[in-house]
Each structure stands twice: as C-alpha cells, then as structure tokens.
Design a protein around this ligand. Structure first.
Ligand code: ADP
Ligand code: MG
Length: 326
C-alpha cells in the first residue's frame, strides 16, 4: 500500500492490481464515487461536488475512513465477484511507522474484510521481491524510492540493522518540476503534467544528449493556454534539492552501518526498487555520490508487492520479520 500506488499480489497469481492510491468522494453525501485509476483521472479536474483524495500521506494513513474504503475496494476486486471466504492479508508499511500507525493499518485491513492481517516492513519485502537472500548473515542495502517516501535500509539475518525513511520521492520531484516551469517559463502546469515531463525526459544527472518535450499549461500573465518546450536539463536542475535529500539519507544509513556489514554492502552493491528508481541515471547518481555501486532491481515497481506475496506465502520462514498480526 504505497502513497502513490496500491499493488495487490495474490499468491500463485502474481500482481493482479496496480492502481493509484486515490479515492474520489462526493462532498454532498460523502459517498465514494471512484477508486484507483478512475479516481486519478478526476484529480485536478473535479467539479466542486467531488473531491479526489489520496488517503495515504508519506506512506501512512492520513485519512482512516477513505483508506478502509480503498482497501475494501481493492480486496473485493482482487478476489473477484463472489466472496466465499475472508482472505488473509499482508500489508507492507514504511520501516519508520509508529505503533499507532501500525494499529491503524491493521484495523483498516480487518475492517475492510480480512480474516487476518499481517504487517511487514517495506525494505524487507522490497529486498525479498528483488531476490536478495535476506536471511543470510551478510549485509544487504536496499533503497526504495516511491512516490511519497524513500526508504533506505541495511538488512542482515532477516532484520533491519540500520535504516531511515525520508519524505522525499517522486511526488516531490513533480512539485519541484512544476515550480521550476512556473518560475522559468511563467507557465502554470498541473502535477500530472509535471509527472509526464519527469517520466518522459527527466534525468538525475545532466544528459549529454539533451531531451526535449512540448508541454501545455496556462500562462500565468495572460491566463491563456500555451505550449512551450522544456528540456531534460530543466528537470535535472529542478529536482537537485530533492535528490540531495535522498543522497544525504543514504549516506546517513551507511554511516550507521557496522563495519563488517558495510564491507558486504561495498562488495555486493546497493539494490534500488520503487517507481522513482526508474528515473534516468538515479542509479549512477547514487553510485557517484556514495562510491558504492547501485543497480536497479528487475520489476522495480513490483518488488514490494512481489516480496509481500512471497512473505505471506511463506509465513513460517519470514515470521521473524513480521511486525504485527491480528
Ligand atoms: P509508492 O510506493 O509510494 O506508492 P511507487 O513505488 O509505486 O510509489 O512509485 C511511484 C512513483 O514512481 C511516482 O512518483 C511516479 O511518478 C514514479 N515513476 C514511475 N515510473 C517512473 C519512471 N519511469 N521514471 C521516473 N519516475 C517514475
Ligand atoms: Mg512503495
């Protein structure tokens, strides 16, 4: 359950749902109008009577009722049509989550129709999903950069040895891009356009062969629609501060890692997961900034969901990594 996307992995079936964590609600009777893809389409385009809400903020529940409704919707959808049984559900949460936040996730999952709910830390399942042998007595570092947060952890013997979570991720990149375009070109653009620019031409390092893209927005002086061309350098420049925040966090985890495990990390490199690790050259940037080679896991967007499915399927083997149960 990410800040940006909810993925549902059903054992033996794989990832069956991958939709934005957005809920559209009617302001008149508080009814839920749409969830997921359909609700995201409404973001920024809704009339006064509908609000499109993101129930999670910084990876944790910001709005309990909408989170529960969203979970219920996705659980039903994953089970498909007839519901003969109540499923066991495992939810991956940020490593830094408080016990109150953890309870809220468990309660929302049970209220949404689960028979049993398990909570596991995201870096652990990201590592499992990236095929890292987390049970071995050796240090492994994983960096998961999602929409709302970046989680950095060193794992050994199935547990987290050192970790941190910073509230920087793809969403902050989008905001920074929109601000940059507004300042430099006098053009107001929405979050979705900013995201399209980022995915289309964004890079964490200045590209040798620049890329460009035409974008539409509203001229802030005339108030009229306008098309301009932005370059990959614009994105790189716009997101410098956010990237610095991530690098600082990675360095702080490396500083807090016991020397034996640091040596393992240097030998094996750092594995990156999460949607924002798909930003061009972010692996090279991490490598340059830390001296430890970073590489991107296969199916980076799916690592957490896949790993959660594997952990749920093998509860006994991973029971030491499971945080809470109900
Ligand atoms: P979360 O776990 O927080 O829900 P995800 O791991 O699903 O987040 O990642 C979502 C983020 O990844 C979004 O900010 C999205 O814009 C970003 N993203 C997805 N694909 C790419 C890409 N190809 N390049 C850069 N960013 C991407
Ligand atoms: Mg995530």
């Amino acid at each position: 359950m990410g800040t940006t996307n909810v993925l549902v992995h059903v054992p033996k079936k794989g990832v069956v749902i991958n939709e934005p964590s957005v809920v559209a609600i009617s302001t008149i009777d508080k009814k839920i109008i749409a969830v997921g893809v359909e609700a995201k389409e409404m973001l920024g385009r809704t009339p006064d009577t509908i609000i499109a809400q993101k129930p999670l903020k910084d990876g944790v529940i910001a709005d309990y009722k909408t989170t529960e409704a969203m979970l219920r919707y996705f659980i039903n959808k994953a089970l498909g049509g007839v519901r003969l049984f109540r499923p066991e559900v495992m939810v991956a949460v940020p490593a830094g989550i408080t016990s109150t936040e953890r309870r809220a996730v468990i309660d929302a999952t049970i209220a949404a129709g689960a028979k049993a709910a398990y909570i596991i830390k995201e870096p652990i399942v990201a590592a499992i999903g990236a095929n890292i042998p987390i049970g071995s007595a050796s240090g492994h570092m994983i960096i998961d950069i999602g929409g709302g947060t970046s989680e950095i952890a060193v794992i050994s013997l199935g547990g987290i040895v050192s970790s941190t979570s910073v509230r920087v991720g793809g969403n902050k990149f989008d905001v920074a891009i929109a601000e940059h375009v507004r300042r430099k070109y006098g053009l107001a653009i929405g979050e979705r356009t900013a995201e399209e620019i980022k995915i289309g031409i964004g890079s964490a390092l200045y590209l040798e062969e620049k890329m460009a893209m035409d974008i539409k927005g509203r001229d802030i002086i005339t108030g009229l629609p306008k098309t301009i061309t932005v370059s990959s350098d614009d994105v790189t420049e716009a997101i410098q501060n956010e990237l610095d925040g991530i690098i600082l966090a990675v360095k702080s985890v490396l500083h807090n890692t016991p020397p034996e495990l640091s040596a393992d990390v240097i030998d094996k490199g750092v594995v990156m997961s999460g949607g924002s690790s798909l930003l061009r050259n972010i692996d090279k940037l991490i490598t340059q900034a830390t001296g430890v080679s970073a590489y991107i896991a296969d199916d980076a967007l799916f690592c957490v969901a896949k790993g959660t499915g594997i952990a749920l399927d093998n509860l006994e083997s991973y029971k030491r990594s499971i945080l809470a149960t109900k």
